[in-house]
Design a protein around this ligand. Structure first.
Ligand code: PHE
Length: 458
């Protein structure tokens, strides 16, 4: 039952199914891989504090704005802006989202490919006590054949799910497995915080060093919040377009935001104690840090080696599925655009965009040791994957979110947006708070963050 321009639009089966699907989009590598990586590079506790502020004050209101735009227009991001502001340049914001979706998908699939490789590694007991987890990571990610094959495999799976359409593809996966991921994460956190040296890691993560808070921490935190919540590129506009008029938008936005943030915070509770236990440096890790650190935890799970094998395999299997429910939303944005606006079949659109993202992802797959200049870009210093993550996964989303908040507040208007939120049952409890945040706080805070970025580049 694929949505297309002629038939009635596909909708989610129920409110719970929508929340799970949106949470499925939000929860993914951004939480388990991105959040600890960015937190480690930005001072730990200081970052966590600023991150939580960004989620509550900017993330949650933008989430509701995107859902309202989507449900009101029942369209993909380009079509949504076209419907609300016909003939204006606002469609460019939707187009930026479509492009960002494909580029993010390109490197996202590389990391997600590693999770597939790690399912095989863990199941064969590769991470016993004392395993050289850094060397194992290099074997997966620095080997070009392995890195590209897993990237290809993950992309193919993503395309096949998106071809299946909303109800039968996305919904079925998320419903079962999201709660499983949360439960397993909690179990692993329990192991991590009882390791020797865990206290130091917890202090790094939970005790903010206020002297570390500066403009670049705010930028990193805001970017990470948008990435993790799937905001700023129209994924939630697209998912919102499949919500039925019967479902309550405000509480859905809050649930999704809270669930996503809880998973990221748990991931930090898992990674930082383990990192300090293993005697590693928080700031030093690139994109592989989480894989190296996490697997060093597995050797400590009794009874060795079975404990680590069982928990490790389950963990990577669930992480793979969390990544899949996010990657399908990345591909869904462009697919919905091609189906709605260009009249293409869902199948054709998903294949064209997915193959494009696969090809674009090849340099990212080679950027973790396989090709040396891609692994440390001349003049930039970081690897190509981290570079794309910063530019498209973070800055582009911050800019997208800025435009979405300005659009909702001042072009479409908070009165009409609030009407859409209220249309279910006449209620919108935090309306005045939301109106204040989306009109003033979100745009001003994001503009300040961007000014700071521009200054730091000069
Ligand atoms: N939120 C997803 C994650 O945390 C990534 C994503 C970003 C998905 C933007 C859709 C849009 O893994």
């Amino acid at each position: 039952m694929a949505g297309n321009s002629s038939g009635p639009r596909d909708t989610w089966g129920s409110k719970a199914a929508f929340i799970l699907a949106a949470a499925g989009s939000a929860v993914g590598l951004g939480n388990i891989w991105g959040f600890p990586t960015v937190a480690a590079q930005n001072g730990g506790g200081a970052f966590l504090l600023v991150y939580l502020l960004c989620v509550v004050l900017i993330g949650a209101p933008v989430m509701l704005a995107e859902l309202a735009i989507g449900r009101h227009t029942q369209r993909n991001p380009v079509g949504a802006f076209r419907a609300l502001a016909p003939g204006s340049a606002w469609v460019a914001v939707g187009a930026l989202g479509v492009v960002a979706g494909v580029v993010i998908l390109s490197f996202y699939s590389v990391i997600a490919g590693w999770t597939i490789a790690y399912i095989f590694k863990t199941i064969t007991g590769a991470f016993g006590p004392g395993a050289d987890t850094a060397a194992i990571f290099a074997g997966v990610a620095a080997n070009p054949t392995s890195a590209i094959s897993y990237h290809l495999l993950f992309m193919a799976i993503t395309i096949l799910v998106v071809v299946g359409g909303v109800r039968h593809g996305i919904e079925r996966w998320t419903k079962v497995l999201m709660p499983g991921l949360a439960a397993l994460l909690l179990l692993l956190v329990f192991r991590a915080v009882t390791l020797s040296g865990a206290g130091e890691g917890l202090a790094f993560y939970l005790r903010p060093d206020f002297s570390q808070i500066n403009g670049s921490v705010f930028l990193a935190a805001a970017g990470q919040a948008f990435f993790s919540l799937s905001l700023g590129m129209g994924a939630m506009i697209t998912y919102g377009s499949y919500i039925s008029k019967k479902d309550d938008l405000a509480s859905s936005a809050l649930y999704v935001t809270a669930f996503d943030t809880a998973i990221a915070v748990f991931a930090g509770l898992l990674i930082f104690p383990t990192l300090f236990h293993a005697g590693l440096e928080p700031g030093a890790g690139g994109p592989g840090m989480v894989f190296v650190v996490l697997t060093s935890l597995l050797g400590t799970i009794p009874p060795a080696p079975w404990g680590g094998t069982i928990f490790g395999t389950m963990f990577f299997a669930l992480l793979f599925i969390a990544a899949l429910t996010s990657s399908i939303s990345l591909l869904e944005v462009g697919t919905a655009y091609m189906v709605d606006e260009k009249g293409m079949s869902r199948k054709r659109a998903a294949w064209i965009l997915g193959i494009t993202a696969f090809v674009l992802g090849i340099p990212s797959a080679l950027a973790n040791g396989a090709v040396s200049w891609l692994s440390s870009l001349p003049g930039i210093g970081t690897d190509f994957l981290s570079f794309l993550f910063a530019v498209f996964g973070q800055y582009a989303l911050v800019i997208g979110a800025l435009f979405i908040s300005i659009f909702t507040a001042w072009i479409w208007g908070t009165r009409k947006a609030a009407e859409e939120v209220r249309s279910t049952d006449g209620k919108f409890p935090l309306e005045t708070v939301w109106v204040f945040l989306i009109r003033f706080l979100c745009p001003i805070a994001i503009i300040l963050i961007l000014i700071n970025l521009v200054q730091s580049l000069m």
